[in-house]
Design a protein around this ligand. Structure first.
Ligand code: GLA
Length: 399
């Protein structure tokens, strides 16, 4: 088994927290980095994420009864609820917010006919919360896979991704798209996932780590997508869509609109709504072009598209922040960097740079000299590569 899983330390933690013998299984659910295609998933667009090595782990042990006991090592809290009736979004109001993701997937699994068994779940994560690399989807998917395995049940990845997204909508109140749950389950080592968020068709595109360096720059600024700005952006896009549909009812989503058509309707739109739509429409086009560039190994073209994506998110969509802009700026000035952009929902979290091999030391030094002196948070700068999606390791046979 993979040493990076750090199994024995995690099993020790499980034993200490629950006072129980070893767990039956370990579920691993990775964080994600979106290479390009930001804020397009909820408009039926295209996205191009990878699964990261940084992951969330759920160690699970079964017990005959109905009770589920869940402990988060990051927060140091334990919650209990019933496996037979995990409750609706408005139940168990005394439990902390993080447990809503676990309770949400448990409730929806039950709802989908899975006879959940009771047990202990220990959640241990290497993914920074609020870091823009989707710790929440990893929590949903890791918990769901652990609960399914404990209950000796399974579900196909697409159904499970949609179920986890529904849990996030209904139990956590975050109106997210489908990107994070899909990549968490469908990631492939050394490949990005080109996902069509309308048809849910997907294809893995090679991203060989021998050829290129993917550098993550974490601003240290934390955000929550439950915050109103994400929902506001979504609504602004829908407002633009309504205006466009008035002259062409055949338009189902911003995915169906060309830039030419948008410009033709510019006068009928508020300037902010116009810019929000311009971001979504141009970003879907960039993602399509980026997938072609990636397939051809054309890193210069890929980098240019990343730079354009960042400018659009900063100026048209207005979801960047000074820290992200600074890191992107420092990256594009560093020799060897093909392109850089913010990744994820925005308002903090991480920026990424695609670079020639061995660019990390120079970029890290620039960030230390310029960014760390200027901002309250120090930026973590590290390389990552496309890793495989979520999976379950049996540690003992589940009875
Ligand atoms: C968050 C959401 C995703 C997606 C991104 C922005 O991560 O969970 O569905 O909308 O923001 O691309």
């Amino acid at each position: 088994m993979d040493n990076s899983l750090d199994i024995s330390a995690r099993v020790d933690r499980y034993r200490r927290v629950f006072g129980q013998a070893s767990p039956d299984l370990l579920a691993r659910a990775p964080g994600r980095i979106n290479l390009i295609g930001e804020h397009t998933d909820y408009h039926d667009g295209l996205v191009l994420p990878i699964a990261m090595s940084s992951s969330l782990y759920v160690l699970a042990g079964g017990r005959g009864q109905n009770d589920l006991t869940v402990h988060s090592t990051a927060i140091g809290e334990t919650v209990d609820f019933s496996a037979q009736d995990p409750g609706g979004p408005d139940d168990y109001t005394d439990l902390p917010d993080w447990s809503r993701y676990v309770r949400g997937v448990a409730a929806l699994l039950r709802h989908n006919g899975i006879a959940l068994r009771g047990g202990w779940l220990l959640i241990d994560s290497d993914i920074p919360v609020g870091g823009g690399v989707s710790s929440s989807a990893a929590l949903e998917i890791g918990s769901a896979l652990a609960l399914l395995a404990l209950s000796v049940a399974s579900m196909d990845p697409v159904t499970l991704a949609l179920l986890a997204r529904q849990a996030e909508h209904e139990y956590a109140g975050s109106p997210c798209g489908i990107m994070d749950q899909f990549i968490c389950l469908l990631g492939k080592a050394d490949h990005a996932l080109l996902l069509d968020c309308r048809s849910q068709a997907f294809r893995h595109v090679p991203l060989p780590h021998e050829q290129v360096e993917l550098i993550v720059m974490d601003t240290g600024v934390r955000h929550a997508i439950g915050g109103g700005e994400y929902a506001l952006r979504q609504q602004q896009g829908l407002d633009g869509l309504t205006i466009l549909q008035a002259s062409d009812p055949g338009i189902g989503a911003l995915r169906d609109v060309s830039l030419e058509r948008l410009f033709a309707h510019q006068q009928r739109m508020d300037a902010v709504i116009f810019r929000r739509c311009r971001h979504v429409i141009s970003e879907i086009q960039r993602t399509d072009e980026a997938a072609t560039a990636l397939k051809a190994g054309d890193w210069a073209a890929f980098g240019r598209l990343m730079n354009a994506s960042h400018a659009s998110l900063r100026d048209d969509y207005e979801v960047s922040c000074a820290e992200l802009d600074e890191l992107v700026e420092l990256a594009v000035q560093t020799p060897g960097v093909y392109g850089a952009r913010m990744t994820g929902g925005g308002f903090g979290g991480c920026a990424i740079a695609m670079a020639r091999k061995n660019t990390l030391p120079a970029l890290r030094q620039t960030v230390t000299e310029k960014y760390d002196k200027r901002y309250a948070n120090t930026a973590a700068v590290y390389t990552t590569q496309a890793d495989f999606g979520a999976n379950v390791y049996p540690l003992r046979k589940v009875q």
